[in-house]
Design a binder for this molecule. Structure first.
Ligand code: MG
Length: 204
């Protein structure tokens, strides 16, 4: 399986990253399978970074093989979703960006794709109107609503499937709203979709 991720998909986050130019198509990157962090396992801060940021995101799971998927049919290609954390080594990413180098290692390292428990999308009336948030040590640090995405889930699926055949079990991280920030050892992270806690992990 593979993990696709979309960057810069919420204006509010782009503003906090000091990005002023408009985003005209989805900004896509990938994380390897080894980046997955599941079942409430702890996230270990890696040695190569002193600035690991959380990015709280809606994640969808692909359940059908597809290529060149039309946006109007894209909803047929996923039936489960969850909240995930796109852990980012911000210091490393910044240093690579400054040198105009690819920043995969700052995004795709082991454990960088934390996943909550998946729930059926049938539980939601409208995929593009879902509240999600992250609490750290019982305090809400980031919240968003999928209505604020620049590119909708179906739009993203149509776009990425031009380049990558989507396979059963592939995951798509759909971008983070404003409020990203650092994690530190002993932090307790709890991720919610609406009022349901789906993600619970500790930073070590
Ligand atoms: Mg992200």
């Amino acid at each position: 399986m593979k993990i696709l991720a979309v960057g810069l998909n919420y204006e509010s986050h782009n503003a906090e990253m000091n990005r002023t130019s408009p985003i005209k198509e989805p900004v896509v990157f990938m994380k390897p399978e080894s980046a997955q962090l599941k079942d409430g396992k702890p996230f270990f801060i890696p040695e190569f970074s002193n600035e690991i940021h959380y990015e709280t995101e809606l994640v969808v799971k692909i359940n059908r093989l597809g290529k060149y998927i039309e946006e109007r049919f894209a909803h047929r290609y996923y039936n489960e979703l969850t909240v995930g954390i796109d852990f980012t080594a911000r210091d490393l990413q910044r240093s690579l960006k400054e040198r105009s180098l690819p920043w995969e290692i700052a995004k795709g390292f082991d454990g960088s794709a934390a996943l909550g428990s998946f729930v059926s999308k049938q539980a939601f009336e409208n995929i593009q109107d879902i509240n999600f948030h992250l609490d750290i040590n019982a305090k809400t640090v980031q919240k968003g609503n999928t209505r604020d995405m620049i590119f909708s889930v179906d739009n993203i699926i149509a776009y990425v499937s031009q380049f990558f055949t989507l396979k059963i079990g592939d995951l798509i991280f759909t971008g983070t709203p404003a409020g990203v920030g650092p994690v530190k050892i002993n932090d307790h992270l709890e991720g919610y979709i609406e009022n349901k806690k789906l993600l619970d992990l500790n930073i070590k």
